[in-house]
Write a protein that binds this ligand. Structure first.
Ligand SMILES: *Cc1c(COP(=O)(O)O)cnc(C)c1O
Length: 499
């Protein structure tokens, strides 16, 4: 039996090995590994513990082979999972080792809240958002949590706006509850107007008492991801309605952006100002498009232009930012609303004392009280790679997506699934990190996702397009290398239709 410190040293070496070793060859665990892991799972609490030594052996030998390669393998193109940069992965181990609780700003006791605020400020810079203009900012567990935060502050704002002309008294949902606040503002309907929303927006609406039914699509008939502006105006107008406009800045199924440039955003902003509506951007992965600068990405660059006119923005750390799970982020321009919604009142033991800076205690501006130090991996990764490093990562991912799209476009056996009858060039220009395609042969297509997965060379997820199955290829790993990966993908796809 080794001492604890020896065991911990061996564990640290093993973790370092995971970080420095080659990515797994297989994107999926074998059936044997899965069933072995399930069989070996302890289903009952041992009365006396098994000890560190045996537990570590159990984790490494029994369970780890049953994990999939979603973060570690660059060839995992399912969902938009993201990987973990080396800097972020190493910092994440420090987070665990030091176990800081980033909930109260205690500047004389820990620098943790300063690190979180600095990380969010660097992140704002990366996304071309002026940190001063976005004072309510916080890390969350993911884009779902950020969407809940966004709709919550939006709800607070629109009801306060609706009652501002009736009374000087602050009308706060956080204080009075939604029924009383609606009553005071003469509002009988709250609606979330959007196009191609992510499922989590419905979830957020459900949780917040707005109801999943309050989410309404205002998409154009010819391009459902784009706003039908006349229709949007018509829905914003009625005096008894209060609205949040939610913009999908890259939709998770197709990668398409709801707006295509500054002018469109200005138009939406103007309408929202006129009717007291809040603009929330769900930019879970699309917001990273703001790091791009090359003319080859001009259509994505302009789709991201104007997003700074929003009131609040959701982003994901564990997707394109490539930090470990779980990490999302949230930015809002409205500092005062943050504590009106999220204040954790009357907990004398959690007071921060007088702070001489502007950092607000995270527990008063977000969902959680106790919180993981998920800012540190973000801080480490942004510091290690900088603006240029992040641009390079994203450019490589777009290069691979476009390479796959080009291959599909040129191939007799496959077709690319897209929304318009644009030219090849325009189609490729619009590709961000997601490519939807299918095999032309119905028989091959019906099992295409399974056939690709069975090769174990790369992973795609299934989707449906116009009522028929389709393949969804989503790139989100910093290790992506089109020169290495594209030939593998082409070979697999060629083989499948040759048979
Ligand atoms: C992934 C995603 C979400 C949900 O994010 P989680 O991090 O899984 O909570 C929300 N919106 C969009 C557009 C997404 O792509």
């Amino acid at each position: 039996m080794h001492s604890d410190s020896e065991t911990i040293q061996r564990l640290a070496a093993a973790i370092a090995g995971v970080h420095s070793g080659p990515p797994p060859e297989d994107v999926l665990p074998s059936e044997q590994s899965l069933s072995h892991a399930r069989q070996k799972l302890h289903q009952h609490l041992p009365a006396s513990g098994l000890g560190l030594e045996e537990t570590i052996r159990h984790l490494q030998e029994d369970l780890v082979p049953g994990f999939n390669g979603n973060s570690r393998s660059p060839n995992y193109y399912g969902f938009v999972t993201g990987g973990s940069t080396t800097a972020a992965a190493l910092a994440d181990n420090l987070v665990t080792a030091y176990d800081q609780n980033v909930q109260v700003h205690l500047p004389n006791e820990t620098v943790a809240t300063n690190v979180e605020d600095a990380a969010l400020s660097l992140l704002a810079e990366l996304l071309k958002l002026d940190p001063v203009q976005w004072p309510h900012r916080i890390f969350t567990t993911g884009a779902t949590a950020s969407n809940i935060v966004g709709l919550a502050v939006g709800r607070e704002y629109i009801l306060a706006e609706a009652s501002a002309h009736r009374s000087d008294a602050t009308n706060s949902v956080g204080e009075m509850g939604i029924v009383e606040a609606m009553h005071r503002s003469g509002i009988d309907k709250i609606q979330i107007l959007t196009t191609v929303p992510h499922s989590s927006l419905y979830k957020a609406a459900g949780i917040l008492g707005l109801g999943r039914n309050s989410v309404k699509s205002v998409g154009r008939a010819d391009a459902p991801h784009k706003f039908d502006i006349p229709q949007l105006r018509k829905l914003l107008e009625p005096p008894g309605a209060a609205s949040i406009v939610a913009i999908s800045a890259s939709e998770v199924n197709t990668g398409l952006f709801a707006t295509s440039g500054l002018e469109e955003m200005q138009q939406i902003r103007k309408l929202c100002d006129m009717y007291g509506a809040w603009i929330h951007v769900d930019g879970a992965f699309g917001i990273l498009g703001r790091v791009l600068t090359s003319p080859t990405h001009s259509s994505i660059i302009s789709a991201c232009d104007g997003l700074e006119l929003a009131d609040s923005i959701t982003g994901d750390g564990h997707k394109l930012l490539n930090v470990p799970y779980d990490c999302g982020f949230f930015f809002s321009r409205h500092r005062e609303l943050a504590s009106r919604v999220f204040q954790n009142p009357n907990a004398a033991y959690l007071s921060s004392g007088p702070a001489t800076d502007t950092i607000m205690s995270p527990l008063n501006i977000g969902l959680e009280n106790s919180r993981r130090f998920r800012a540190l991996p973000v801080y480490a990764s942004l510091t290690a790679y900088g603006r240029d490093g992040y641009r390079d990562m994203l450019e490589r991912q777009i290069e691979l997506s476009r390479g796959v799209a080009q291959f599909i476009l040129d191939h007799d056996g496959y077709e690319l699934l897209h929304q318009s009858d644009a030219s090849k060039e325009e189609i490729l220009d619009g590709i961000f990190i997601i490519v939807l395609f299918r095999a032309k042969d119905e028989d091959i297509n019906s099992s295409l996702v399974a056939t690709i997965k069975a090769t174990r060379k790369f992973y795609v997820s299934g989707t449906s397009w116009e009522g028929r199955p389709g393949c969804r290829f989503a790139v989100s790993n910093w290790q992506t290398d089109a020169k290495r990966d594209l030939p593998i993908i082409k070979e697999v796809l060629n083989e499948i239709v040759k048979k």
